[in-house]
Write a protein that binds this ligand. Structure first.
Ligand code: COA
Length: 152
């Protein structure tokens, strides 16, 4: 398996992964978006020096993806990740985590943050397995969100 950086051919696939019911249910952002909106957002991501994204490939099959958003004026990165919705529970998110944090593009002193809904059991397990620890909770629009943190 290997990780490849996001490129423009991933645009449609990531739209599909972002809009499946599972991803919508566990998204921290309730607002719906069109493909055009997603495309504009993804183009900004590809050209942003603050954001890195990688797709885990199992042979020729895209299996999962992760994005690192560097927070303004900080050495912290907010992560976001998902597996191919047709290939869940096959260990791909775990493999993604194992490989992604080793990327040389990420500074040695980087700190990673993740924000997850408490009911997102799969995501909680994935984060804990890969060394994240709970760093409290916040409430956004009355919704409880668990925060996790990990050092490289
Ligand atoms: C969270 C997500 C990435 C997990 O992907 P996955 O490839 O199915 O995960 P894995 O197969 O590597 O499993 C990781 C762990 O989660 C557990 N798990 C996976 N799906 C689960 C589920 N539906 N319920 C409970 N546990 C689950 C696995 O058993 C495994 O734990 P274990 O090794 O202790 O058995 C996937 O469910 C997803 O894409 N969800 C939607 C997007 C999302 O919520 N992203 C996170 C917020 S940024």
């Amino acid at each position: 398996m290997r990780l490849i950086p996001y490129n423009k051919t991933h645009c449609r696939m990531l739209y599909e992964w972002r809009t499946v019911p599972l991803a919508r249910a566990f998204s921290l952002n309730d607002s719906l978006f069109t493909y055009e909106e997603h495309k504009n957002w993804f183009e900004k991501i590809l050209s942003s020096p603050r954001i890195m994204g990688f797709v885990l490939m199992d042979g020729v099959t895209p299996a999962a993806h992760i994005r690192f958003d560097k927070l303004e004026n900080s050495d912290r990165y907010l992560i976001s990740f998902a597996s191919n919705p047709d290939l869940l529970r096959r260990g791909y998110a775990s493999k993604l985590m194992e490989m992604a944090f080793l990327r040389p593009e990420l500074p040695a002193d980087a700190v990673f943050e993740a924000e997850v809904l408490p009911e997102n059991e799969a995501s909680l397990k994935t984060l804990l397995k890969s060394g994240f620890i709970n760093d409290g909770r916040i409430f956004v629009n009355g919704k409880e969100i668990l925060r996790f943190i990990k050092k490289k």
